[in-house]
Each structure stands twice: as structure tokens, then as C-alpha cells.
Design a protein. Structure first.
Length: 181
């Protein structure tokens, strides 16, 4: 198993908390499906599609980067991590544009229950994405080292697993918020 056991405990705990949020969202959604459906109609799926493509691309780059680290390719690995960072920055720009569009139209977390959940769930994910970008920056620096200790390699692998978790959470959030009717 890549990474350290502590990393996996953290990832499992984080995913468990998000799973709880998803269940709560679905319970409240079932209580007022009409409100949730009419509110979700104001979402622009193109934002979500672009963000999904950015995160899937970033995960592919991280996989290639990890493989390059394991093979000792010290120029390819940092480049892949930088590419993943750029995809994360692209996601951030798209999310800020989406939030700005909603706020400009008077749609805020206090508009109704759907929008409260939308902003909380996507905001928590966005926070994880920003932390993940920081982790990827650290991995970029570590990947340039000529010799890595077993602990450093485990940290790089664990950081990559965290990034994949951020991607996986979006893969659940996107259809849950934008398409479930």
C-alpha cells in the first residue's frame, strides 16, 4: 500500500465525514425535492464538467509523476506535479467564477437550503483542493531530490493519495449537486 498508515487513516476519516455530509444532503433533499430541483436548475453544468476534466487530468499527471519518482526520473516527476498544480489552479479559477456568478445573481448560502448545502459542500471540497495544491508544491520540491529516503517516498505517495481523494470527492459531489433530481 502506498504511503504511510497514518495517511490512510486520515483519508478514510475525511472520506467518512464527507460521506456523512452526502447522506445528510440526500435526506434533506428528499424532504423538499422540489426546492432542491428548482434551485439546482440555476447551476451551470459546464463549470462542473470543466472542473471534472481538470481534476481527472491532474490525477493522471500525479500518477505519472509518482511513477517517475519511483523510476528516478527527476525532471519528469516535478513537471507532472507542476502540471497537476496548474490543473488545481484552473479548478480554483472556475470555482471562483462560478461562486461570483451566483453571488452576482443574489444566490448566497442564505438563499435556501439547497444553496447552503451547495456552498458548504463545494467550499469544504475547495478547501481540501487548496491544501492539496500545497501538498503538490511540497511533492514537487521533494521529487527533485536525487536520493529519497523510504520515508520521503512514502510521504510523496501519501500526498498523491490525498490528491486522488480530493478528485474522488469531486467525482461524487459533481453529479450529486448538478444532476440528481
Amino acid at each position: 500500500m502506498p504511503g504511510e498508515a497514518g495517511t490512510w487513516i486520515f483519508i478514510l476519516g475525511d472520506m467518512s465525514i464527507f460521506s456523512g455530509f452526502f447522506v445528510v444532503y440526500l435526506v434533506y433533499r428528499s424532504g423538499d425535492a422540489q426546492l432542491f430541483d428548482s434551485s439546482a436548475a440555476y447551476l451551470q453544468p459546464l463549470f462542473g464538467v470543466i472542473n471534472t476534466l481538470l481534476l481527472l487530468s491532474s490525477s493522471l499527471l500525479v500518477v505519472v509523476g509518482i511513477r517517475a519518482v519511483r523510476l528516478g526520473e527527476r525532471t519528469l516527476a516535478p513537471g507532472c506535479f507542476i502540471g497537476a498544480i496548474l490543473c488545481g489552479v484552473g479548478f480554483s479559477v472556475m470555482k471562483i467564477l462560478e461562486y461570483s456568478d451566483k453571488v452576482r445573481h443574489g444566490i448566497t448560502p442564505t438563499t435556501n437550503e439547497f444553496w447552503m448545502y451547495f456552498y458548504v459542500l463545494t467550499g469544504l471540497h475547495f478547501f481540501h483542493l487548496l491544501v492539496g495544491i500545497g501538498v503538490l508544491l511540497y511533492l514537487t520540491v521533494k521529487a527533485r531530490k536525487v536520493i529519497l529516503t523510504a520515508k520521503e517516498l512514502a510521504f510523496i505517495e501519501g500526498g498523491a493519495c490525498f490528491w486522488h481523494m480530493v478528485d474522488l470527492l469531486w467525482i461524487v459531489l459533481f453529479p450529486l449537486l448538478y444532476f440528481v433530481r
